[in-house]
Design a protein around this ligand. Structure first.
Ligand code: NI
Length: 388
């Protein structure tokens, strides 16, 4: 199950995670975090460190046993704008910032994997790239920035893990194909004509039009997209009006869409604008519509998913791999998949102690550190299997 080597450094993995946890930094501001990671990487023999972006780092380990594939392993390192409300002795020392998604654990697992693998450099072929990626939480995201900087150039396959408090401890949850949704944003402006509430006939009331839009846009998912194809259209902000007796001139609707297939993601903005244009025109109003793309869907390569899930079962037992439903939250790991096939999985931390089962992005989120050794073992076994 666990290698003695992984168990021997388990406490170090936990301690490093706690160090990061105490000093969380927001997306694109992970300076101290990056320094901390680099200072540990510098202790490892055979590791070459690169800094292709302002924050974040890449550690390269070239195997000593000849040519072979390039395997990339990725951890995200950023925290969230939340004030921590746990009583942990290593709780965040920065008000308003907290590692509430477990990225501190991701970085610690990857660092420990780098440590173990660097000590076995001579028996590895090819190359391992350890990607400590900044800014997963804030679109356009650090992954896209790193991908553009060439971090995944020449990579044969890439792997990543996300700790997950909703999955049992040590169980890896994933699926072949679409794993996470594409997360996009839309902004609609209804341009009417304002005036006195007593004389609606002299106005073009954007509020009434916005009301129709709110209802009609919901028909896209139920009427225009295949029933077997998951999609969400959520209008989350409605802004208009200044006084009880003034019909405003404009109304703004802002929201997000979630899709899985490339085709649906492409079609959705066209379908939305058709409804917006049609309803606005019907009432004599103008409109503005913009659609900004966020993270693409993480699509797991079927072959690598099969390979990784078999490895997980072999390492930990058959019940440690679980095929899960697609996940609605986005994940910018997808940016790396433009260059190479990959596999991404959730790693469960759920426990009998409810303190560990608080959802991610919550001010009381508390990581079950017992899960970290599973991640380290997975990376270690994976690289040794692929490059050993
Ligand atoms: Ni996260």
């Amino acid at each position: 199950m666990f290698s003695q080597k992984v168990l021997d450094i388990e406490q170090d993995t936990i301690e490093f995670r706690r160090k990061l946890h105490r000093h969380p930094e927001l997306s694109f501001e992970e300076r101290h975090t990056t320094e901390l990671i680099i200072s540990e990487l510098e202790k490892l023999p055979g590791i070459v460190i690169e800094r292709p972006t302002k924050t974040g780092a890449v550690a390269i380990l070239k195997g000593g046993a000849g040519a072979g594939p390039v395997i990339a392993l990725r951890a995200d390192i950023d925290a969230l704008p939340i004030t921590e409300e746990t009583d942990l002795p290593f709780a965040s020392d920065t008000p308003g910032v907290m590692h509430a998604c477990g990225h501190d654990g991701h970085a610690a697992m990857l660092l420990s994997a780098a440590r173990l693998l660097s000590s076995e450099q001579q028996s590895l072929r090819g190359e391992v790239r350890f990607i400590f990626q900044h800014a997963e939480e804030l679109p356009p995201g650090g992954a896209a920035e790193m991908q553009k900087a060439g971090v995944t150039k020449g990579v044969s396959e890439i792997y990543g893990l996300h700790l997950q408090s909703g999955i049992p401890l040590g169980v890896f949850g994933s699926r072949p194909g679409a794993l996470t949704s594409a997360t996009d944003r839309f902004d609609i402006k209804v341009i009417g004509k304002g005036g006195h509430s007593a004389f609606p006939e002299t106005c073009t009331d954007p509020i009434v039009i916005a009301g129709e839009l709110i209802g009609s846009l919901q028909t896209l998912v139920s009427r225009s997209i295949k029933a077997v194809e998951p999609a969400v259209v959520s209008i989350c902000m409605v802004n208009c009006g200044t006084a009880y007796n003034i019909i405003p001139g404009e109304a703004k609707l802002t929201g997000s869409t979630r899709t899985f297939s490339r085709e649906t993601r492409q079609r959705l903005p066209e379908l939305m604008e058709r409804i917006v244009k049609g309803i606005c025109e019907a009432h004599g109003a103008d409109h503005e519509f913009s659609f900004s793309k966020g993270y693409a869907s993480v699509i797991n390569d079927p072959v690598l998913t099969c390979l990784a899930s078999e490895l997980i079962k072999k390492s930990f037992g058959n019940d440690h791999y679980m095929e899960i439903d697609p996940l609605m939250p986005g994940e910018d790991f997808s940016a790396f998949l433009e260059d190479c096939p990959g596999f991404f999985a959730d790693l469960g931390t759920m426990s009998e102690d409810p303190v560990y089962n608080v959802p991610h992005h919550n001010s009381r989120y508390c990581m079950n550190e017992a899960a970290l050794k599973y991640g380290v073992q997975f990376y270690y076994d994976l690289v040794r299997q692929r490059l050993g």
